[in-house]
Design a protein around this ligand. Structure first.
Ligand SMILES: [Zn+2]
Ligand SMILES: [Zn+2]
Ligand SMILES: [Zn+2]
Length: 158
């Protein structure tokens, strides 16, 4: 079955252009790479893989500028690993205003979650604390279906 999502979506570039500034080859290469891999990456991994792909020697300042640019356009999201590392991943539905993500801690793949059930919880908290809630951050982590089935036969043999 052909992967429809493998094609680089124009809306990424449109979003970048509408946010102003140049769309540099590094930014495009980073988008392309994250789009194809569908995984979370540390800045070090981004640096290594981009340099490998482009056969060049891009330094951290350029990598961070490209990351910042994508963060500003809400194309990129941040997550914090338990070991304190900051990781980044590409949102596949940047046009969808509010949604969440599931990250597999085994294969590092990112899955889009279209729905949010926090609104009722927000109103409850707002009422209880007599505050106004302006934002929530919510990310799910766990083991994806494929990683679960990969580990299943081994578990049965033991
Ligand atoms: Zn998303
Ligand atoms: Zn997985
Ligand atoms: Zn939400």
């Amino acid at each position: 079955m052909p992967d429809k999502t493998a094609q680089f979506p124009d809306e990424y570039l449109e979003l970048l252009r509408s946010n102003g500034g140049r769309v540099t080859p590094i930014v495009t290469a980073l988008l392309q790479h994250l789009h194809e891999s569908k995984r979370v990456y540390s800045p070090q991994q981004i640096k290594d893989e981009l340099n490998n792909l482009l056969r060049c020697d891009i330094g951290f300042p350029t990598i961070y500028r490209a990351i910042d640019r994508l963060l500003q356009c809400r194309l990129l999201y941040r997550m914090y690993r338990d070991d304190g590392r900051t990781m980044f991943f590409l949102c596949r539905h940047p046009e969808n205003k509010h949604h969440h993500h599931f990250i597999c801690t085994v294969c590092n793949r990112v899955f889009e979650i279209e729905m949010c059930i926090a609104h009722q919880y927000e109103s409850h908290v707002a009422e209880h604390l007599e505050v106004t809630i302006t934002k929530h951050i919510f990310q799910l982590e766990g083991i994806c279906k494929e990683c679960l089935s990969d580990s299943a036969p081994r578990r049965r043999k033991q």
